[in-house]
Design a protein around this ligand. Structure first.
Ligand SMILES: NC(=O)c1ccc[n+]([C@@H]2O[C@H](COP(=O)([O-])OP(=O)(O)OC[C@H]3O[C@@H](n4cnc5c(N)ncnc54)[C@H](O)[C@@H]3O)[C@@H](O)[C@H]2O)c1
Ligand SMILES: [Zn+2]
Ligand SMILES: [Zn+2]
Length: 361
């Protein structure tokens, strides 16, 4: 029997989000209903609302969540009722060409629920990143549920479901940061600060945080940046070179995703260094650089989706490190808000006054 719960939807481009009744169907054979306990507000939710991802309105927003498995479909074996899980948007298929060649982090056919959640008039909802978690209960594929230590705070653990994992993984997985390396992170919002945390976890000895906002730079320092650069006041390429013996950083992470920040990242890395693009550009953005510089400077230019994570490998490990006091994930939670305050949280995000607002239920 389907059930009706409260959920936050975006009906049309740029329209304020609404809290409405949403119908959650019974789970299909491999689906699971999860009672959501907490869901972070990510920049990508705002991008969905504003039509920056696609135009498949109405969207059911929210995708950075943790909760308790409530009901499982008849063939589900991966989780059981009562399990504490972090939701993920990379339930790998094991069958596509990326999975078969041993690179499941690039899986081209990730699993989502087999049925659609709807409005009470039957209109199908498009769940953000195949999740949709600003809702009392959500329907996902079993593979989208990753079991973690239940003693973790749901508001903290849920953040691994998107932004924190994207930034941390951009440093640790995509950038391959190693002990003693120098790392620069351009843009220190939730994702960039998580990259700082990842660089620290991996043992980088120089971690340079770059932003145009001094508050963000203070936060980055608190999370482990060894140096900060305000790129409104100082040329970041020269500053990064100056802090790395004149050479540039081994790994530079662009957590903004604009042509000018990418160009800074490109020139602020050492010869044969690595650039990781984790910030998401918009369709009209173009990059123009001398091709000879691409050739002559060598190294590796990568993009990072979801920090190249494998949820089943990474989420439990990161929760364990957090519970051991080695990963200060709790500091990402700037405020806890009600499910009716998502629109206000978008305002706080734009104003730059929060790392993460987290809806708790
Ligand atoms: N690749 C992925 O898998 C993935 C996942 C989640 C989010 N993202 C993307 O990562 C980006 C950052 O997300 P967030 O949640 O941290 O956003 P945010 O808005 O919290 O942070 C952005 C930061 O960049 C700074 N900034 C803006 N322009 C700058 C400039 N020219 N130079 C230096 N700093 C500048 C801002 O002051 C702010 O601190 C977004 O584009 C988001 O869509 C990517
Ligand atoms: Zn696959
Ligand atoms: Zn996200």
């Amino acid at each position: 029997m389907s059930q009706t719960v409260r959920g936050v939807i975006a009906r049309g481009k740029g329209e304020e989000v609404e809290l409405v009744d949403v119908v959650v169907p019974d789970p299909g054979p491999n689906d699971v209903i999860v009672r959501v306990q907490a869901c972070g507000v990510c920049h990508t939710d705002l991008a969905y609302r504003d039509g920056g991802i696609n135009d498949e309105y109405p969207f059911l927003l929210g995708h950075e969540a943790a909760g308790i498995v409530e009901t499982v479909g008849e063939h589900v074996t991966h989780v059981a009722e009562g399990d504490f899980v972090v939701l993920n948007w990379r339930a790998v298929c094991g069958e596509c060409r990326a999975c078969k060649r041993g690179e499941p982090q690039y899986c081209f056919a990730t699993h989502n629920a087999s049925k659609k959640m709807t409005l009470t008039d039957g209109t199908e909802l498009s769940p953000a990143l195949g999740i949709g978690a600003f809702i009392d209960k959500t329907l996902v594929h079993e593979g989208q549920c990753t079991k973690v230590d239940p003693s973790a705070d749901p508001a903290v653990a849920g953040l691994l479901g998107c932004g924190v994992m994207a930034g941390l993984g951009a440093a640790v997985n995509t950038g391959g940061v190693k002990r003693g390396q120098s790392v620069a992170v351009i843009g220190c919002g939730g994702v960039g600060v998580a990259a700082v945390v990842g660089a620290r976890l991996a043992g980088a000895s120089t971690i340079i945080a770059v932003d145009i906002d001094d508050t963000k730079l203070e936060w980055a320092k608190d999370f482990g940046a060894t140096h900060t650069v305000n790129s409104r006041e100082t040329d970041p390429v020269e500053a990064i070179q100056g802090l790395t013996g004149g050479f540039g950083a081994d790994v530079v992470i662009d957590a903004v995703g604009r042509p000018e920040t990418y160009e800074q990242a490109f020139y602020a890395r050492d010869l044969a260094g690595t650039v990781v693009l984790v910030g998401v550009p918009t369709p009209e953005m173009k990059l123009e650089l001398p091709l000879l510089d691409f050739f002559g400077r060598g190294g590796s230019l990568k993009s990072s989706w979801y920090g190249d994570c494998l949820p089943e490998r990474d989420f439990p490990m990161l929760v364990d490190l957090h519970l051991q006091g080695r990963l200060p994930l709790e500091k990402f939670v700037s405020e806890r808000i009600g499910i009716d305050a998502v629109e206000a949280a978008f305002g706080a995000m734009k104003a730059g006054s929060v790392l993460r607002s987290v809806v708790t239920l």
